[in-house]
Write a protein that binds this ligand. Structure first.
Ligand code: SAM
Length: 495
């Protein structure tokens, strides 16, 4: 059985329920930064690039509400003493505020992460200056100030609109260890252009090695050689952000570059070690861990993130990746529970079973449509056809089937699919049959124009009837193929 695990759900619940004490060698977390923004997923355009079609994936707005009060009280009453003290101190200073709500959400999760980290393990907390000063105090309270190793500044270039303050061009990553013993693989990077060849202080010796003369008072001048391996990586990491046209960009908001995760994973773990990302988004950590032959665990609360990670891993590793998904519905009662708990996540999950994308939630847009799937059944540059979806958790009536027929006409869709819990009644089937057939010109086959599919059928592996298209899943942008790496020893060029 695969040891790699992808969990769908709230990480606090997943950590408490499934993740054993001292089971992770390396934890990287990139939680919401308290930016007071919503983040949208961009779906793939018909030609595979990112499109303007988007949907809200997650929110990063915190308010001092009932949930925050509960989380605060639980940590103050039952959390480790230092964490309780820290939160009480924050409350005295910040009052019952948005920031306190955010910190009360982070505290129990960081406590759990401390529990699951191995004694030789390392944790990297990614944040930005909005809350980094408070988060560092929380990390000190949980992991111990003496286990703080570095504050890493990830410096990037990006376009920012003109404003009356300095451009914000960096994130903060706190590195803590669990104890005073930890894995560290030193990283090297090329020397800057100004050292070595282009710096007049350096000369080449008869073997071609670069050196400079060091003069010290009272000593004979002696040679200092440039280290062939490059210079040791410091705590400021100038690494490119993912630009708009980057191949690795998948349309998930806040996606981090693979180069950043590669540096963290290579520095602080070895092959076979377990890497955990409890806010894994579109799966940058898990994909890089897979490429570097680490075991991995990823957790996300947004079903769109889980669907995108599955798609990313399949495109990058061509189905050779092995992992188990935990927490997504596998039975009707599970699916019913999800529909009750969060109707949107239920819709996203149901649409994910057929590879469809959720429709935009804008007012007035896509009326009567919950999802879409694009396909080509002639040639790839011929007209793009669409299948539209309506997902209903409650009872469905024959008039709703009739409405979907109207939407198929209005949208000029090839096929329309109703996904329901209940078995369709006879009148519903009759209404669906009256919608007729879609004739696929490429495949010279006919498909029912209006299909009624139950969640039970989808769970049992029955798909929808539609033309097989090479690009039938055009929902997410394809991730580039990944090359697994065996040896990460870097032999960087000197200049
Ligand atoms: C900043 S994004 C992470 C992006 C990620 N590093 C990447 O490269 O794609 C934060 C993620 O945390 C998830 N999230 C927020 N609250 C969560 C929770 N309580 N449990 C699990 N995931 C959560 C959001 O759905 C979002 O995908």
């Amino acid at each position: 059985m695969s040891k790699n695990l992808l969990y769908y759900g709230d990480n606090l619940d997943i950590l408490r329920r499934y993740i054993k004490d001292e089971s992770a060698d390396l934890i990287y977390l990139d939680p919401p930064f308290k930016s007071n923004q919503d983040y949208n997923v961009l779906f793939a355009e018909k030609n595979g690039s990112n499109s303007k079609s988007q949907i809200k994936a997650f929110e990063d707005t915190w308010i001092w509400d009932e949930a925050a009060v509960e989380s605060y009280a639980e940590m103050v009453e039952c959390g480790p003493d230092k964490v309780s003290q820290a939160l009480q101190g924050f409350r005295r200073f910040l009052g019952p505020s948005d920031m306190l709500a955010y910190l009360s959400m982070m505290a129990p999760r960081l406590v759990e992460l401390n529990r699951v980290l191995k004694p030789t393990g390392t944790i990297y907390l990614h944040c930005d200056p909005t809350a980094s000063h408070y988060l560092k105090m929380l990390m000190d309270a949980i992991f111990g100030g003496s286990h703080f190793q570095n504050e890493i500044v990830w410096y990037y270039r990006r376009y920012t609109a003109a404003s009356n303050r300095l451009q914000r061009l960096h994130d903060i990553i706190f590195w803590y260890t669990k104890t005073s013993k930890w894995t560290f693989n030193e990283q090297r990077e090329p020397y800057a252009e100004t050292s070595g060849k282009k710096d007049s202080h350096y000369k080449q010796d008869e073997q071609g090695l670069w050196f400079r003369w060091q003069k010290r008072m009272g000593k004979k001048p002696y040679k200092v050689y440039l280290d062939e391996r490059g210079k040791r990586v410091g705590d400021v990491w100038p690494l490119q952000h993912i630009n708009a046209s980057a191949k690795e960009r998948l349309g998930y908001p806040t996606q981090k570059p693979e180069a950043l995760l590669e540096r963290i994973i290579v520095s602080s773990s070895n092959e076979g070690d377990v890497v955990l990302d409890p806010f894994c988004g579109c799966g940058t950590t898990v994909s890089v861990a897979e490429r570097l032959n680490r075991q991995w665990m990823g957790i996300d609360i947004t079903y769109l993130a889980i669907a995108l990670i599955k798609h990313r891993l399949t495109s990058a590793y061509e189905g050779k990746e092995q992992y188990k998904v935990v927490g997504e519905p596998v039975s009707i009662p599970d699916a019913e529970a999800l529909a009750k708990q969060d109707p949107y996540q239920f819709q996203w999950w149901a649409l994910g079973l057929v590879g469809a994308r959720p429709a935009e939630q804008k007012k007035g847009a896509d009326k009567g449509i919950d999802g879409r799937l694009y396909f080509h059944d002639e040639s790839e540059d011929a007209e793009t056809k669409q299948i539209i979806f309506s997902v209903k958790a409650g009872n469905v009536t024959v008039s709703q089937v009739r409405d979907l027929r109207g939407v198929i006409e209005r949208e000029n869709a090839a096929i329309g699919v109703f996904i329901t819990f209940n078995e369709p009644t006879k009148p519903m089937r009759k209404e669906a049959a009256e919608a007729g057939l879609y004739h696929s010109p490429g495949w010279k086959k006919k498909y029912p124009r209006l299909q009624l599919v139950t969640v039970a059928e989808l769970l049992s592996g029955k798909g929808i009837k539609c033309p097989p298209s090479k690009h039938v899943n055009m929902t997410f942008k394809k991730a580039p193929k990944a090359k697994r790496k065996k040896d990460h020893t870097k032999h960087l060029p000197l200049f």
